[in-house]
Ligand binder design. Structure first.
Ligand code: ZN
Length: 352
């Protein structure tokens, strides 16, 4: 089997480059010598040809310690809310890195604003990057910054990371736990949903708590999308989607991207790289069963999570597809999971 072309729903490569803070790190991403999960060489080796590049303003003093996601359970409080000025600086910083990657790439990395852009990037052999925000703290209640970022290329927003802001309430990281923790959207959050619908910006439901999820389900005219979340019935972490949530996503003809974070895959909830690809296959089976073949995609969380060792990094993506083929998935379904379902839901959401 030739490795399928992959569009991925979530990576934190911009955060990794922003935290590094040097031009050398940006150059290493382009040269294929970066230390993380993704650079242009690893992406090419694994068939990773595009995805949502997250701009995530980090919580400085509350950096989640992954070693503290142990087997047997945990309950972390929500990190404190982020000040607007801090979030703005980080958001502009990561957006600048995205555009510097494009400018420095000699045409091999393109920021895409429509599905036509993605297809023409692929025709030219370039990686198709879409600007996404995870945690909208840089956006003001009057949504002025939203208009500016949309004009710059923003096409997808997770209104919260696992943190509260003026729009909504993030789901705290708890295992085992229901995602039904905290209140729903605020009045500003309701306006953000409507404005995103008008502008054709995708609303990402990963990290939103369950009351917020149902508010968006009620308010939004677009298909429901969770870019990087798994099946709660198989791994009962607060970040995963319950069967009721998955049924609502299916009904809206939405999409869920499989998160490779081992803490959201394993039934014991541990963040542990010693995890077999079979566990990822089990979640994909669960997603296909609940969403149908048109609702399942990938959302790796590369550069933001501990992923199964047999995958390792972006170059290891073909091993997931080999496992799916051995498991009985046909080529048509594999192509849908690899990129077709993402392109379909983006086209229906962006209307471009
Ligand atoms: Zn995330």
């Amino acid at each position: 089997m030739t490795a399928p072309l992959v569009f991925d729903g979530h990576n934190d490569s911009l955060l990794r480059l922003y935290m590094d803070g040097t031009q050398e790190a940006v150059d290493a991403f382009l040269a294929g010598t970066a230390p993380g999960h993704i650079d242009l060489k690893k992406a090419e080796a694994g068939g990773l040809r595009g995805g949502l590049f997250a701009i995530f303003p980090p919580s400085p003093r509350d950096k989640l310690d992954l070693d503290r996601m142990p087997k047997g359970g945990y309950q972390y409080p929500l990190p404190v809310p982020l000040e607007t000025a801090v979030a703005e600086a980080a958001t502009i910083g990561m957006a600048a890195i995205l555009f510097r990657l494009e400018r420095g790439s000699g045409g091999r990395f393109r920021v895409c604003r429509s599905v036509a852009d993605i297809r023409s990037a692929w025709d030219a052999g370039a990686m198709a990057a879409v600007m996404h925000i995870e945690g909208a703290e840089a956006i003001d209640a009057d949504l002025r910054m939203l208009d500016v970022l949309h004009a710059a290329g923003l096409r997808s927003i997770g209104m919260v990371w696992s943190r509260n802001n003026i729009f909504a309430h993030g789901v705290p990281m708890c295992f085992p736990s229901s995602p039904d923790i905290g209140d729903g959207l605020t009045e500003a959050g309701t306006r953000l949903v409507k404005r995103c619908n008008e502008l054709g910006i995708l609303l990402d439901l990963s990290h939103l708590n369950e009351k917020g999820f149902w508010d968006v389900a009620r308010l939004s005219a677009a298909p429901l999308v969770a870019t990087h979340s798994n099946v709660h019935a198989l791994c009962p972490v607060s970040r995963n989607l319950t069967d009721r949530q998955l049924a609502a996503i299916a009904e809206s003809k939405g999409v869920v991207g499989l998160n490779f974070a081992t803490a959201f895959l394993r039934e014991d909830g541990a963040m542990n790289a010693d995890t077999e690809i079979a566990v990822m296959v089990r979640h994909l089976d669960g997603l296909v069963e609940r969403l149908g073949e048109d609702g399942v995609a990938l959302g790796s969380d590369f550069d933001g999570a501990v992923v199964p060792k047999p995958i390792g990094d972006a170059a290891g993506l073909p091993r997931l597809f080999e496992a799916l083929e051995r498991h009985g998935y046909g080529q048509a379904l594999i192509q849908k999971i690899a990129h077709e379902n993402w392109l379909s839901v983006l086209e229906r959401t962006w209307k471009a």
